[in-house]
Every structure is written in C-alpha cells, then in structure tokens.
Design a protein around this ligand. Structure first.
Ligand SMILES: NC(=O)c1ccc[n+]([C@@H]2O[C@H](COP(=O)([O-])OP(=O)(O)OC[C@H]3O[C@@H](n4cnc5c(N)ncnc54)[C@H](O)[C@@H]3O)[C@@H](O)[C@H]2O)c1
Length: 340
C-alpha cells in the first residue's frame, strides 16, 4: 500500500517513514528541503535497505500538488508533516505560516476530496491547549486562544479538517496532538537536524554538550512547579513515529469511530527543565553549562498528556524513558558533529 508522507525528510517524518517501511508500506516522500537535507534519504535507506520514492517540490505550488496526485493515483493515505514550525518566526512572518501550514493543507484536502476520500493524518500540537487548567491534559480540554500564528495554524488546521470531514464521509482523518518530541533513531542514521540556533530544549542541550553553543539559558526558575522550572512531556521520536502507523492502520482497517478523531501523543509524564538537564548529565557523563535567566514570554508553566485515549483506542503506548530518549539524542549529536 502506497502512503504519501509530506515533509518526510524532516525530524518526525523521517522516523515515521522508517516505521512505515517496517510495517511493509511503500512510501512516497514529498519535501522541498526547506528545513531538511537530501542526505536524510541515505540515512533512511541505511536503516531498512529501502529508499522511499522521493519527489522534491514545494507543496505551496498548487498545480504541482495536482499533478502529483494524478501521477500517484494509487495513494491509500497521507501523513502530513510538512509545515513551518518556528514560533518566533511565525510572529514575524505570519503570512508565510498561514500560507505554508494552511494553504498547503487545503490543497491536499482538495485532492483527497477529488479522489472521493482517503485516509489523512495531521501533525497537530499540544500548543492548542495553551496553559490547560488541569493536568494531565485530556483531549476534552478546551482549545485556548493561540499564543502565536504558528499555534493558530494548528488550531485552524484542525478546524479545516473537521469541517471538511463533516461533508465528505469518504474522507477519514486523525489529528495527532504531539507533546515534545525528542531523541533520534537508535541506529544513529537519522535524527533531529536543526538549522541555525535550535528552538527546542534538547537539541540546545546536546549542542551545548558538544561545545557548539557556549551556554544554555533556562528561562525562569520561579514558576509554581517543584523546582521552579517549566514542565513538559518529552516523547521519544521513535515512539511518536510508531503512533502514526497505529493511527493510519486504524483508518485503513475502518476501525475509526467517526471520520474525524483527535489523539494526544505523549508519555503522560511531565519533566522539568532541570530534570531534563539532569537526564543529559546522567546519560552523557558531562556537566552542562547553563544559567537561569528571566522567564520567556509565551511559555506555559506545565503541559503533559493524559494518554489513556491513545493507549486504549490506538493500542499504542510510549515505551522509552526520558533517559533513553536523551541518550539517543546525545549519541546522534556526537555522530553529526564528528561528520562535520
Ligand atoms: N518537532 C516538534 O516539536 C513538533 C511538535 C508539535 C507538532 N509538530 C509538527 O510536526 C510536523 C513535523 O515537525 P518536524 O519537527 O519533523 O519538522 P521539520 O521541519 O523537521 O520537518 C518538516 C519538513 O517539511 C518540509 N516542508 C516544509 N514546508 C514544505 C513545503 N511547502 N513543501 C514541501 N516540504 C515542506 C521541510 O523541508 C521539512 O523537511 C510539523 O507540522 C510540526 O508543526 C512538531
């Protein structure tokens, strides 16, 4: 069965391609390399011995999207990762984010509608919950006003899919709300490759660990948490990738209860920034150079998932611990640096 993975050379997409191959799917990747490298194809091939079909183009090019779906009329499902994801950049360039994250989504859904339906998995985010009132966060928690244009694209993206599914019964979709993906493939062949200064905590930590960055700034230690730093739910990217295969199989086997469903993907465990730093120090044997600075605007105090719905309904559970994920991120960082 042929599955389109948009953004399949990116961080989460590349790990998902491997898990799809593990389950025997034929994968077609579309990526414009705006935030990834062509070398990722070699990494994927090195793991499974199979190179996915690759089409390099920008999904904002509507005629190309139309041509693609004509050429690959046998596509049975789409996992849509391609998007821009830097929160700060989205504040400075909102139209770029609305075009890339929502325009492209509309083009793809239009093609799936033409087919009379299909199976569609969307990369959403726990950012839709903002600062949730209760921990852990269930899927029933209210969606809060978005803090950034990026966050808004995930909220509106979900609404676009929900409204489209309502009037297109042949279209079946699942929105997956990721908590904080980290780590790398245990083979050391693929991992996170941030371009420029990392926006996320773990790549910043590992880059500081190898000496590429001088010091990590911890934004605030006066939050109402046990150690005063913010709490997040860090999930190993391989666990996250496997959840996509479980969600896709649910749709392909018609096990879905409605044609639009939402699932949280996390571990269910919250870890503070200081606990993440301790995890790094434990698995690497290195001391991390960090300093506490003031709070960063827009940071929520804590966010961790209630994963019961995904556990029961998708039959999926995150298996790796924070230390496992951190170790894989550290090994990957050392591999990347030694090859540069
Ligand atoms: N990484 C996270 O922390 C996180 C958390 C929640 C949600 N998400 C969402 O998950 C998805 C994947 O995230 P990621 O971390 O793998 O990001 P990533 O940047 O590593 O991967 C995205 C890929 O999409 C490609 N792409 C972007 N725009 C494109 C376009 N117009 N045409 C073709 N290709 C395009 C990029 O080149 C890149 O390879 C995104 O939708 C992101 O918003 C990520």
């Amino acid at each position: 069965m042929k599955i389109l993975v948009t953004g399949g050379l990116g961080f989460i997409g590349s790990h998902t391609v491997v898990e799809l191959q593990n389950e025997g799917f034929e994968v077609v990747v579309v990526d414009n390399l705006s935030n990834s490298s062509i070398d990722v194809l070699d990494g994927i091939e090195a793991i499974r011995g199979k190179r996915p079909i690759f089409e390099e183009f920008d999904l904002r090019d509507k005629p190309k999207v139309q041509d693609f779906f004509q050429k690959h009329a046998d596509i049975a499902g789409v996992i849509h990762f391609a998007a821009s994801k830097a929160v700060g950049e989205s504040v400075a360039e909102p139209l770029l984010y609305y075009e890339n994250n929502l325009g492209v989504l509309v083009y793809i859904l239009q093609e799936l509608k033409k087919k009379g339906g299909s199976n569609f998995i969307f990369s959403s985010s726990c950012t839709v919950y903002g600062q949730a009132d209760q921990m852990p966060i269930t899927e029933a928690a209210p969606v809060k006003p978005a803090e950034s244009p990026y966050g808004n694209t995930k909220q509106v993206g979900e609404e676009i899919i929900r409204d489209t599914c309502k009037v297109n019964p042949g279209l079946k979709a699942i929105a997956l709300r990721y908590f904080n993906p980290i780590g790398a493939h245990p083979s050391g062949k693929i991992g996170e490759l941030p371009i420029g200064v990392p926006q996320n905590l773990v790549p910043f930590i590992t880059q500081t660990g190898v000496g590429l960055r001088e010091q990590l700034s911890v934004f605030g230690d006066d939050y109402p948490t046990e150690d005063g730093t913010c709490i997040r739910d860090y999930i190993h990217v391989v666990d996250l990738a496997k959840a996509h295969v479980a969600a896709l199989q649910r749709l392909l086997e018609d096990r879905n209860e409605s044609n639009y469903e939402v699932f949280n993907l996390g571990t269910g465990k919250g870890s503070s920034v200081l606990e993440v730093i301790q995890s790094f120090e434990r698995v690497s044997g290195e001391r991390l150079n960090y300093k506490i600075v003031g709070r960063r605007p827009g940071d929520v105090i804590q966010a961790y998932a209630d994963t019961q719905k995904a556990n029961k309904v998708l039959g999926w559970k995150a298996k790796s611990s924070l230390d496992d994920a951190m170790k894989s991120a550290w090994e990957w960082e050392k591999i990347v640096r030694s090859s540069n």
